[in-house]
Design a protein around this ligand. Structure first.
Ligand SMILES: [Zn+2]
Ligand SMILES: [Zn+2]
Length: 127
C-alpha cells in the first residue's frame, strides 16, 4: 500500500532528523505536521518495527519513559534522572568492552546508558 509506506517513510525521516531522542508522542506531533491523518498507533507500530529491524534503538530513561533514537553511529547515552533527557556520548573503549561482554553472553546489546544528574540540573537536586 503506497499510503502506508509513505507514512512509514515520513516517520523514519522525522526520527532520523530528531537529535533529542523523542518519545513516540513527541515524534507523532512532528510527523502530524507533515502527514495529516497519521495516528499515534501507526507511529508506535512503525517505531517498534524500526527497532526490530535494527534501524533505530529505544532507550528507557529514568522515569521509565521510552525514547527513540535513529542515530545508528555507535554511541552511548548519559541519562539525567531529573530532567529525563538523554545525551549522546561518544562510545569509549570501556563502552565497547561492556557491549562485547554482553555479546559473549548471547545478548544483543545496543547502547550503554549512564544515569546521573546533567550539568543543567546540578544544584536543582537538593530536595
Ligand atoms: Zn538534567
Ligand atoms: Zn543517541
Amino acid at each position: 500500500m503506497q499510503c502506508r509506506s509513505k507514512k512509514r517513510e515520513a516517520i523514519y525521516d522525522a526520527l532520523v532528523k530528531s537529535c533529542d531522542h523523542p518519545t513516540a508522542c513527541e515524534l507523532y506531533l512532528r510527523v502530524m505536521e507533515r502527514v495529516p491523518g497519521v495516528s499515534i498507533s501507526t507511529v508506535y507500530r512503525n517505531l517498534s518495527e524500526f527497532c526490530a529491524e535494527g534501524k533505530a534503538i529505544m532507550i528507557v530513561t529514568s522515569g521509565g519513559e521510552e525514547r527513540f533514537d535513529g542515530n545508528l553511529c555507535a554511541h552511548d547515552h548519559f541519562i539525567c534522572r531529573l530532567c529525563g533527557k538523554a545525551f549522546d556520548e561518544e562510545r569509549t573503549d570501556m563502552g565497547n568492552a561492556v557491549l562485547r561482554k554482553m555479546e559473549k553472553k548471547g545478548r544483543r546489546p545496543e547502547t550503554v546508558s549512564v544515569f546521573g544528574v546533567c550539568e543543567n540540573c546540578i544544584g536543582n537536586d537538593a530536595m
